[in-house]
Design a protein. Sequence first.
Length: 233
Amino acid sequence: MLSIPDFLARYAADGYCYSTGLEELDELIGCISGGSVIEFYGDLDVLVSLSYRLVAKWSCYGNVALLVAQSSPLLYDFYEIKKRALLENCQGSVTVSRSFRIEDTTQLLSEANTGMSRSYVLFDPFVHAVELPPKERWRLSPVVRHIRRLSGHGARVAIFNRYSVFSRSQPEGGSLYRHSVHVSVMLEKVGKRGVKALLVKHPSRGSTSVFLSIDEIEGRAEWVGQALLSEWL
């Protein structure tokens, strides 16, 4: 886990910055450099759509390792990532893993090799926390430890996290986990088609926000006038 001074140094001198795929979000959070851990938390459907976009965009920079944790059937459309990658003309690969228990998540993260991928996207990694009694939440600690290890080795880590069972204003994972994140953004629905992106934590910026539309996040407008997917395959 990088200290704040070390993170800021790498933040400024990494060589290039990764994008979320959304210009407004990029302006909100700034450079996503090596060693940074960035978190988005909020409503699950918004997280799913944004994760498609970010994973596809990160595949432009190289190989991406995607871990999807789930405790029940979850409609996560990997084909949507492929569509977005085609739209971005990205050539990198995406390695996908699923976990159905806390122990699975811990094992997969422990096997993560930063030599194979410099980018990791963790979707709902603390979903199993909602099933744990308070006295057993210590079982989340190994997950946090491995996230810190990836960061310490210079990998970029993006986490898509649900609201905490204890507070809708907080992400799942507990206080130990929250100290491991460099940048945290809460995504809150506004009306029927709007999303407020609130910058909750940042090493060098104060709290601020931008407004997005669901259509922007899903990239619907970008497909207008594009060739059919079948023409790409």
